[in-house]
Design a protein around this ligand. Structure first.
Ligand code: ADP
Ligand code: MG
Length: 209
């Protein structure tokens, strides 16, 4: 259903422990994510976008405040940095196809073939993962997410490493996405062209408006 709040963030704070003491990356963020809507969290580098997404994804515990979401809500995230897990410890020489299958299971990998979205060229499927560029590895991570779409898809800096063309395609694809999308980006092109909901992070981690 469109327009209902799926994630409510209230007074969210996150401080990192550093050698110089606690560093406040988020200083009281309030925002609501609506179901079946595309949202952008925009702001300069260092403004806390990745920290916020990692908290939403449950990868990072907040220092204070709350994140309310329905029980069982499936949240998936394309991280800013490539992090393709290797659950069977096959190493970087495993093929792209093998990595895809390991992460999805054989059945799902067959139902949703890697070639489906054109994110990875067919000729690359048998290459070792190590031979892929960072951009290709991120495309693979995205293909894994899209094969079994979560209720909420978080995309951290999708324009990094992914070609402008792909991002345009992704944007075109996103309105039809069967769920909710949150994009974090500092990209000026995306900022100018974004037509969905938007939050602007203050430079110092204050709540977006
Ligand atoms: P953005 O994604 O908007 O560039 P980040 O969430 O990555 O912002 O970072 C927000 C602030 O928190 C930055 O000043 C960054 O240096 C700091 N920061 C991020 N991760 C850590 C960490 N693990 N330890 C200490 N400081 C961090
Ligand atoms: Mg970031």
């Amino acid at each position: 259903m469109a327009g209902t709040t799926v994630i409510a963030v209230s007074r969210l704070t996150k401080s990192y422990e550093t050698a110089a003491g606690l560093f406040p990356a988020l200083k009281g963020v309030d925002l609501t994510i609506d179901s079946n809507q595309v949202h952008a969290i925009m702001g300069p580098n260092g403004s806390g976008k990745s920290t916020l997404l990692e908290v939403l994804a449950g990868q990072l515990d907040p220092t204070g405040g709350s994140v309310n979401a329905p029980a069982g809500l499936r949240i998936g995230m394309l991280s800013q940095d490539v992090d393709l897990p290797d659950p069977f410890e096959r190493g970087d020489q495993r093929s792209v196809r093998q990595a895809y299958q390991d992460l999805l299971g054989a059945e799902l990998a067959e139902q949703a073939p890697l070639s489906r979205f054109g994110l990875i060229a067919g000729r690359d499927e048998n290459r070792p993962l190590l031979a892929l560029s960072l951009g290709q590895q991120r495309r693979l991570a995205l293909a894994v997410l899209l094969a079994d779409p979560p209720d909420v898809l978080l995309l951290d800096e999708p324009t990094n490493h992914l070609s402008l063309l792909l991002v345009t395609e992704l944007e075109a694809a996103i309105p039809g996405y069967p769920g909710t999308v949150v994009v974090a980006s500092h990209d000026r092109w995306l900022r100018r062209n974004w037509t969905g909901q938007r939050f602007e992070m203050a430079a110092d981690g204050d709540s977006p408006v």
